[in-house]
Design a protein around this ligand. Structure first.
Ligand code: SAM
Length: 334
């Protein structure tokens, strides 16, 4: 089996794949208000058969050991249950860890099936604990469904259930202590994420708050004990003294983790993305190869492995990120 090693000796074992660019929420930090900035959202997306073939190539031929499904909102894709069953078959032959990032709205009714399909890990996005604020951030009156989804995921045995909260100054930074209270006696891990700029979102310096500032706010009331991190871990993880819940900080902007990067991404329309922040022009259109009957799995594996050699050591600096073309999380998959 080939290994996915780039020019800097980084071994890539983790794939994040967007299975749809559609979402049932319209979050202010994610979905571009201006539809012209949404990139190729109208392009056709990979079918479940194409996704399965591609994922099998990644795990069987290229040494990927961890796959996370994301979107858009993965659970809005039609017949997503069938796709999980297809993944289970691949997993049975070529074991890998399967994760899902979801906004949790449709989770409550699907979680049993996901668990039975051997979904290993789950991250649920929730940026506020307040009903009115949830509507203001996401455009939808769905916080109750998300909370039910979180409860059900915990009940069914996911441990920890990871909660992703993008913290924005003046918007939800006054809820940092409430989030700690929310997780404290539960099998939950609250992950405070630095707000990342994309050309198409409303990022500006005034709403940005660094992980150090967020951590200082947590430490006003709680004692944190660092949990030793793996080399590839993007999160800085802490126990909260006296509590079962844990807290993590994701510092993509103030303290990037490019040195240990082991990730690749595939967009819903089947583009290989070497870095979350790389320009859409540099994406490799795997879909064209998957749809050409003459191209074999080995050739696709070779294409992926040779494309990886274009990966840069670091993501662009902040000022460059702010001017980059048509990048947004909805299209890329967060
Ligand atoms: N719909 C799913 C969800 O809500 O989790 C999956 C897709 S969403 C794009 C994945 C993650 O990206 C979410 O946790 C979201 O908070 C995060 N995200 C989106 N835009 C972001 C931004 N500008 N900065 C930081 N995180 C962002």
């Amino acid at each position: 089996m080939k290994k996915l090693i780039d020019r800097f000796g980084r071994v890539h074992t983790y794939l994040r794949i967007s299975i749809t660019d559609k979402c049932n929420l319209n979050c202010i930090y994610c979905n571009p208000a201006d539809s012209a900035l949404r990139g190729d959202l109208s392009g056709s997306i990979l079918s479940y058969e194409e996704l399965s073939r591609l994922l099998k190539i990644f795990v069987a031929d290229l040494g990927i050991t961890k796959i996370r499904l994301t979107g858009g909102e993965p659970l809005v894709r039609k017949n997503v249950e069938n796709f999980f069953r297809m993944l289970k078959e691949i997993k049975d032959k070529h074991p890998f860890e399967l994760g899902l990032t979801t906004n949790g709205i449709l989770l409550k009714d699907k979680i049993d099936l996901l668990k039975n399909s051997r979904l290993d890990r789950i991250n649920i996005s929730l940026d506020t604990l307040r009903k009115e604020r949830f509507i203001a951030i996401t455009g939808a009156d769905n916080i109750d469904a998300v909370i039910k989804g979180i409860n059900k995921a915990e009940e069914i045995g996911y441990n920890p259930v990871k909660i992703n909260a993008v913290i924005m100054k003046g918007i939800n930074d006054d809820e940092i202590h409430s989030f700690i209270e929310f997780v404290k006696d539960r099998n939950l891990n609250i992950r405070f994420i630095e707000y990342m700029p994309f050309t198409s979102n409303s990022w500006n310096e005034k709403v940005y708050i660094s992980y150090k500032e967020i951590k200082n706010i947590v430490e006003e009331n709680y004692s944190l004990v660092e949990i030793k991190n793996g080399k590839h871990n993007v999160a800085k993880n802490f126990r909260i003294e006296g509590h079962s819940g844990t807290v993590s900080f994701i510092s993509s902007i103030s303290d990037h983790f490019c040195d240990g990067c082991n990730r690749l991404r595939v967009t819903a329309s089947g583009n290989l993305k070497l870095c979350l922040f790389s320009s859409s022009n540099s994406e490799i259109k795997l879909k064209d190869y998957l749809r050409d009957d003459k191209i074999t799995d080995d050739e696709i594996a070779e294409l992926i492995s040779s494309s990886l050699q274009q990966k840069e050591l670091k993501h662009p600096e902040l000022d460059e990120l702010l001017t980059m073309d048509k990048n947004n999380m909805l299209r890329i998959g967060g």
